[in-house]
Write a protein that binds this ligand. Structure first.
Ligand code: IMP
Length: 498
């Protein structure tokens, strides 16, 4: 006879937090959002911690190198997507590790034979007005010049004008040499009244730009997540098929932590992958998942996972529940797995952090997931909306949007994530291809969301995530009281003015 869970499984929107006592010191500025990323023994400190409880989803449309740097600057971590060749993934990791605070790899590049139309297109796409002109049109090619908005007038020039005729050539530019410090670079910017400073290798290849506008931004990144050599911390997704070739390349590239990316993690394949990594790279930290109950958690805990991801079917682009009928309401899954984690800790003295993956729609869901026991969150849709995600920003029906597609969609074709040991192909889709509303720079969005989380924590009377978990009082809400939770029985001015 099948096993039945007595209660329906529930999701975040069905819960609210009931406030606790707020003491005089319990103010948002005193809230500490740091949280363990990997397992640790009672009384010890985890080897890796996050400064904010956020990680970005292991997805093509989310976790590229630019987002990884932006998120590490805010104190979180990205897991670079694994649904690409191992070589490309390792190269992305290596570029994140090579990025130095304040030194930015150029994201807008052209060859000298390209045209004004290409420059205009690039500016529209990236939102950046400095374009590097390199011999081969790549970010690391030999620098021949730069184009900024001062170099052209779209209304007066033929779109077919070649870049070489209006760029500022490299011999008229002030450049710095490899090895220049950020303080020196900033002095050069100020002394020469420049907006950007190209930093070049000995042979003239472009390495980075240092921008005047980033000066304040860098100084105001107190939460940056850095390794002992002051490089950004970055993770990478792996699968249960090609780990023997992929993991060595990622380790070589300097990856800090790995995560097995799978839609369902209670499998022999995950055990094998963990065993192989532990045997061959004993110091490497690796997370596993996804699971949605205590049994799945215990399996991966005993298999040696450093953290465990929770969630099946709750992702915004996910149609797993509709296609295969597997999954569980995200809140119920987190609550049950958090209990299992606490029991495991009592029995063994080993604390294995859990990550609530998918289904965060409103900022308050973040506070709820943490209160329910998650140590940190993984977000896809949320991060895909920002400038730094790897996808195109488009204008659709008068609104700016970004593209966001699931790893189980035909577009991503990440068959390894859905692999159950059969043919190497995706027989049916478990994800959709979509648009999400564009939301500007990551740092603004993350700071705004976390300001709300801090505020909620103060209402609960908690200054740390651990305190939030210990003190939270959660109540289920009826369907009618959910209606009461939004603006109601008023005529919204925005609807009158439409
Ligand atoms: P979101 O934050 O609600 O958008 O959910 C992101 C999460 O959805 C990811 O971290 C994955 O666990 C999951 N996911 C990614 N792609 C797919 C897919 O194609 N189908 C089902 N789940 C997916």
């Amino acid at each position: 006879m099948a096993q039945f869970f007595n209660e329906p499984s529930r999701t975040f929107s069905e819960y609210l937090l009931v406030p606790g006592y707020t003491g005089p010191d319990c103010i948002p500025a005193n809230v500490d959002l740091s949280t363990p990323l990997v397992k640790f023994r009672k009384g010890e400190e985890p080897e890796l911690k996050l400064n904010i409880p956020m990680t970005s989803a292991i997805m093509q449309s989310v976790s590229g190198e630019r987002l990884a740097v932006a998120l590490a600057q805010e104190g979180g971590i990205s897991f670079i997507f694994g649904s690409q060749t191992a070589e490309n993934e390792a190269a992305m990791v290596a570029r994140v590790k090579a990025t130095k605070a304040g030194f930015v790899p150029s994201d807008s590049n052209v060859r000298p034979d390209q045209t004004l139309a290409d420059i205009v297109f690039l500016k529209e796409k990236t939102g950046h007005s400095t374009v590097a002109v390199t011999e081969d049109g790549t970010a690391a090619g030999k620098l021949l010049g730069i184009v900024t908005s001062r170099d052209y007038r779209v209304s007066r020039m033929d779109p077919a004008t070649p870049v070489s005729t209006f760029m500022t050539p490299v011999d008229k530019l002030i450049c710095a040499k490899e090895g220049v410090s950020l303080a020196e670079a900033n002095d050069i910017l100020w002394d020469n009244k420049l907006n950007q400073l190209p930093v070049l290798a000995e042979d003239g290849r472009l390495l980075y730009f240092v921008f005047r506008k980033d000066y304040d931004a860098h100084k105001s990144n107190p939460m940056e997540l850095l390794d002992s050599k002051k490089r950004y911390i970055v993770g990478a997704g792996i699968n249960t098929r090609d780990y023997e070739t992929r993991v060595p390349l990622l380790v070589e590239a300097g990856v800090d932590v790995l995560c097995i990316d799978s839609s369902e993690g209670y499998t022999a394949w995950q055990q094998r992958t963990l065993d192989w990594i532990h045997q061959n790279y004993p110091g490497m930290r690796v997370g596993a998942g996804n699971v949605v109950d205590a049994e799945g958690f215990r399996f991966l805990a005993k298999a040696g996972a450093d953290f465990i991801k929770v969630g099946i079917g709750g992702g915004s682009i996910c149609i797993t529940r509709e296609t295969k009928g597997i999954g569980r309401g995200q809140a119920t899954a987190v609550i049950e797995v958090a209990q299992a984690r606490n029991e495991f800790f009592k029995e063994t003295g080993e604390y294995i952090p859990i990550c609530s993956d998918g289904g965060i729609v409103y900022d308050y869901h973040m506070a709820l997931a943490l209160a329910m026991g998650a140590d940190f969150l993984m977000l896809g849709r949320y991060f895909s909306r920002f400038d730094e995600s790897p996808t195109d920003k488009l204008l659709v029906n008068g609104t700016y949007v970004k593209e966001y597609w699931g790893e189980g969609s035909n577009r991503a074709r990440n068959w390894q994530r859905y692999d159950l040991g059969g043919d190497k192909k995706l027989t049916f889709e478990e994800g959709v291809d979509s648009y999400v509303p564009y939301a500007g720079p990551l740092s603004d969005g993350v700071r705004q969301s976390l300001a709300k989380v801090r505020s909620t924590m103060c209402n609960v009377g908690a200054l740390t995530i651990k305190e939030l978990q210990d003190k939270a009082k959660l109540t289920l809400v009826s369907a009618t009281s959910i209606v009461e939770g939004g603006a109601h029985d008023v005529i919204l001015k925005s609807s009158v003015n439409k």
